[in-house]
Write a protein that binds this ligand. Sequence first.
Ligand SMILES: Nc1ncnc2c1ncn2[C@@H]1O[C@H](COP(=O)(O)OP(=O)(O)O)[C@@H](O)[C@H]1O
Ligand SMILES: [Mg+2]
Length: 339
Amino acid sequence: MTGARIAVLAGGLSLERDVSLRSGRRVAEALGERGHPVTRLDLGDDLVERLTAAEPDLVYLALHGMAGEDGTVQNLLDLLDVPYTGSDAVASAIAWDKVVAKGLYRRGGLPTPDWLAVSSTAVRGMGAGAALRRVAGHLGDRVVVKPSQGGAALGVRLAPEPAALPGALVTAFNYHDVALIERFVSGREVAVSVVDGVPLPPVEIVVESGAYDFSARYTHGAAQYFAPARLDARALERCAEVALTAMQIAGCRDVARADLIVDDDGVPWLLELDTCPGMTETSLLPCAARAAGWDFPALCERVVDAALRRRAAAARIPTATGGGPRTAGSGASAPQDPT
Ligand SMILES: Nc1ncnc2c1ncn2[C@@H]1O[C@H](COP(=O)(O)OP(=O)(O)O)[C@@H](O)[C@H]1O
Ligand SMILES: [Mg+2]
């Protein structure tokens, strides 16, 4: 029996294009091995045309960075009535914007490091530069500065003292108009991936030297991974709880990865949720899946399964007017005959 027809969407225009192509290649091969007829697609002017021609049962989103993770592609697929893996457009947009997401996590009672947000508009047009000296009073001398929207640690800088703050902000503004200034948290870096509601073993990241930056992430041997993380059972449990609650708050589904720093008291400080986690050889989600005893094709299949089950469930829900099935994706009703 052949499986569902799947279009793997990877590449795109973001700074993480190459990583996404690597993720997409692996996912396409794995799903092919599992008996799915697979088409590979990239973003481009002809995307709608190619999607229409491919007629997939499901799109597997292996895009990283803007357009793929901020809800743009999800909105387009909803418009086309094509089901896809992962979070819907709203949840994607929430998780993609670190300042917005942290506000919601904090309201939901999750531990996320104290922060401030500064926009380049306020620096250029409102004299915000003069207020930067107040940052240390709020957050301490040591802060991390990052673009509110971005990924793969691009534009993320540690400002070890207040004098380094303006330079770090300029770097962040190269990536996005809003910079997040966050209290530096010292501790173990841990990532918790959740697949179809199941938290996988937390993975601890130890970088040989320097930061867990772009090159440490995608160079073999530049970082060491411990799965499960070297934490006591209670701390491991708390990491999983934070990841699950964060997904619930943002409204994420199918798959996501929470990035945390666990301090010496065992508090798992939530940095962010990634709604399209990397699927490369060195990525954290496949590493967590291995620790759970799932090989890579089994991981891909679980994500696909979650999305297909949702599509099947949506098809069974009659619309309010009884005029046919509800469409998958956004939850909007299928177009109705005006008569
Ligand atoms: N508040 C912080 N304290 C200490 N290190 C941090 C902090 N915020 C980020 N980092 C480091 O920077 C990296 C990237 O930050 P993160 O918020 O996960 O953004 P990205 O979307 O770029 O992955 C983290 O993996 C961690 O190594
Ligand atoms: Mg991260």
